[in-house]
Design a protein around this ligand. Structure first.
Ligand SMILES: [Zn+2]
Length: 276
């Protein structure tokens, strides 16, 4: 892994660490929310019925929407860092001037917020399946409560370090059955964070190269690139400037796909040609 790839991977790692906190706090409240609204059966145990599930869902939804604010700002901060990183990398090539890109941010807080809310709604759908399953089977309310807590508990969510290696792969006692596999309640939000951090960095590089004289874009695969896809071609195709190097006005469609983690950076074209 080269320096450019490591720098972006470090930002993704930092964002994932920052996402852990709000989810941990949320997971800690779930059991109380569910048991408080469960019906007490004649034998004194707590069970779920349609009415308690509706009340639980409404309360969880309310708290998740609140959570969306904190998550959105966390992601936005790391996107800004990713844009700054592209500028730092560009500065390191000693360009005669740095174009002003302050008004070019691809995503606003509103747009990120809508993505985050969409992901939270999808995680609620999983929660619904666990709750309605508990009504159907008539198990004690502690069972779905524990399961949904694990679903949102960020300590069960896989996390990669700056080198792209999984350093937290979940724990042995985690429930891995679908729906609501442990730790996966935050996976949609993590996908958004990883994707947007990456593409903010690459998009910023394209804008900088377009506004500066004599710059191109170098397209590189991420160290975590596992499956052969169009990104393999884009990182090796030679448009005449060298493998994976493009005029900033002629960069292939980027990002290639959701979750594309390709690294795009500015390169000086005369230097790139000399090296080719
Ligand atoms: Zn890609």
């Amino acid at each position: 892994m080269n320096e450019r790839q490591r720098a972006v991977a470090k930002l993704r790692y930092a964002a994932n660490r920052a996402i852990d906190g709000p989810y941990k706090d949320f997971a800690a409240q779930i059991e109380a929310i569910i048991l408080e609204r469960a019906r007490t059966a004649p034998d004194g145990t707590k069970r779920l019925d349609a009415a308690s599930v509706a009340a639980i869902r409404a309360e969880l939804r309310k708290r998740l929407l609140k959570l969306s604010g904190a998550l959105t700002l966390t992601i936005r901060d790391h996107i800004s860092d990713a844009e700054d990183l592209a500028i730092e990398q560009f500065k390191a090539t000693n360009p005669p001037e740095i174009p002003d890109t302050s008004r070019d941010n691809a995503l606003t807080v509103t747009a990120i917020g809508l993505l985050v809310i969409g992901a939270l709604e999808r995680s609620l759908t999983q929660v619904d399946r666990v709750l309605t399953g508990a009504v159907a089977s008539g198990v004690e309310a502690e069972i779905p409560a524990g399961r949904i807590t694990l679903f949102f508990d960020s300590t069960f969510s896989p996390i990669r370090n700056a080198a792209g290696e999984i350093i937290r792969a979940g724990k042995a006692e985690a429930i891995a059955s679908w729906p609501a596999a442990s730790g996966m309640g935050s996976s949609g939000v993590r996908l958004i964070a990883n994707h947007e951090i990456n593409t903010a960095n690459g998009s910023q590089a394209i804008i900088l190269a377009q506004r500066a004289e004599g710059y191109g874009i170098l397209w590189e695969l991420s160290p975590g690139h596992a499956q052969f896809d169009e990104c393999d071609f884009k990182s090796t195709d030679d448009s005449g400037l060298g493998p994976g190097i493009y005029s900033p006005f002629d960069v292939p469609e980027y990002p290639s796909h959701v979750g594309c983690q390709c690294i795009l950076t500015t390169v000086q074209l005369d230097r790139a040609e000399a090296a080719a």
